[in-house]
Design a binder for this molecule. Structure first.
Ligand code: AMP
Length: 427
């Protein structure tokens, strides 16, 4: 299928061609005509499938088909996202796809000064991409009205609910005009999502491009059964020996992200930590450095990594398995985006076997194990379906090579030798 067969305007087709897109992705091919027809949509599409363009392109076209309102322009499209990173990303997409059209868009999110956002809103804007909290602040302060919104998008609705935004979403829904088009995008489905969709959507067209709760097919997945205290060394080894240029590493806690980052810097790997305690400036900088290739590893918590759009990210590593199995799908959705191939590696300790069992149950398949990790053998007993009694350690692992060396089993010696070479290379 071609973009030109979807009924998009020449300005939008030109913007798409400038992005170098050859053909619409499955979610785009299915959603664009339906959104153009004015229908409500419930789309099960994980990140990386091209979902942003699947709603942005037709909504821009619907605006284009109407007369341009007098200034200050009322908000006619509202896109809600769970995180500021995703808001920025969707906002960039709106600007990219709408570059040949005369519409104004603004991104609204917390963690930055409110005044520039107020000033921009005073000029009027057609499209607002927002996180719920800051949006409600601005509405309460009467800098923004939703009374003329015609199209409402809930992006990554599952994550919104995970992050506890349900009350904010309800408040926002109550401020919208009754007659409007609603689009709900969610990577995973749960009873809560179904309940929300029933309140929000009116005779929706259901679109599902990947199997529900399935991981992207273009991602090759591997499990390294390994003791917790060897994980950092193995990760540094994988990065160095594989000459990885770009890897997103997931950890469970903010503290864990900072600690791992410090340790990996000692291993000679350029990295930055990304989590909710970092200032907006630091987060933007880390992301830009990562995209530009000046850092190799970005070490992130789930919430901070949500919505990151890095073209063709080749490697994702789960340093810790997520507590919620659905997050595994979100995490590995960072790689293998829009048809590109990617690799997702999980370093799994015996204590995390019950989390792995939940993930494999969700995926309905077994993820292949690496038989020889080069370290002491760890058997993952998947019959354990709940958290083991012993507390999961969140203590620093040995940082000195000496300690790590002693803890290591013999086969790891080859890793150490390789690591010396990597260090030399990465300096
Ligand atoms: P999304 O799922 O919206 O986060 O998009 C994932 C990535 O796919 C983004 O980097 C887009 O630029 C890219 N993308 C979107 N549509 C297409 C397309 N039709 N062909 C190739 N890449 C695309």
């Amino acid at each position: 299928m071609l973009f030109s067969e979807l009924g998009l305007s020449e300005q939008l087709l030109a913007a798409v061609a400038e992005q170098g897109y050859q053909s619409p992705t499955p979610i785009q091919a299915q959603a664009i005509p339906v959104v153009l027809a004015g229908r409500d949509v419930m789309a099960g599409a994980q990140t990386g499938t091209g979902k942003t363009a699947s709603f942005t392109l037709p909504l821009l076209q619907l605006l284009q088909s109407q007369a341009i309102p007098q200034r200050p322009r009322p908000v006619r499209v509202l896109i809600l996202t769970p995180t500021r990173e995703l808001a920025m990303q969707v906002y960039e997409s709106v600007k990219t796809y709408g570059k040949h059209l005369p519409f104004f868009a603004e991104a609204i999110f917390g963690g930055v000064s409110i005044n520039p956002q107020i000033q921009k809103l005073q000029r009027g804007t057609d499209i607002v991409v927002a996180t719920p909290g800051r949006l409600l602040d601005l509405i309460q302060q009467q800098h923004l009205s939703l009374a003329q919104v015609e199209h409402f998008v809930l992006d990554e609705a599952d994550r919104m609910l995970d992050m506890g935004f349900i009350r904010d979403i309800r408040k926002i829904m109550a401020l919208l005009p009754k007659k409007r088009q609603n689009l709900l995008f969610s990577a995973t489905y749960s009873p809560e999502i179904t309940a929300l969709s029933e309140q929000l959507l009116n005779e929706p067209v259901e679109i599902a491009v990947a199997k529900r709760n399935a991981a992207a097919d273009t991602v090759s997945q591997l499990i390294y059964p390994i003791k917790r205290e060897h994980k950092r060394e193995l990760l540094s080894y994988l990065i160095g020996s594989g000459h990885w240029q770009q890897v997103l590493v997931f950890v469970r806690t903010k503290h864990g992200a900072d600690r791992l980052c410090k340790q990996m810097i000692k291993d000679g790997i350029r990295c930055a930590a990304l989590h909710g305690d970092k200032s907006q400036g630091a987060r933007v900088r880390a992301l830009e450095d990562f995209k530009a290739g000046s850092i190799t590893a970005l070490i992130a918590t789930d919430i901070a990594a949500r919505g990151l759009d890095i073209d063709q990210l080749p490697h994702v590593v789960n340093f810790d398995l997520p507590q919620v199995a659905e997050d595994y799908v979100h995490r590995i959705g960072r790689t293998g985006r829009a048809g590109a191939e990617g690799q997702a590696i999980s370093l799994v300790d015996q204590e995390e076997a019950y989390l792995l069992a939940a993930i494999e149950k969700l995926l309905r398949r077994e993820i292949p194990r690496v038989a020889d990790t080069g370290y002491e053998k760890v058997s993952l007993n998947l019959s354990a379906t709940s958290k083991p009694k012993s507390k999961q350690t969140d203590k620093p692992v040995a940082t000195k090579t000496g300690n790590a060396g002693r803890a290591r089993a013999k086969p790891a010696a080859r890793h150490t030798a390789n690591r010396q070479q990597q260090r030399a290379k990465s300096r």
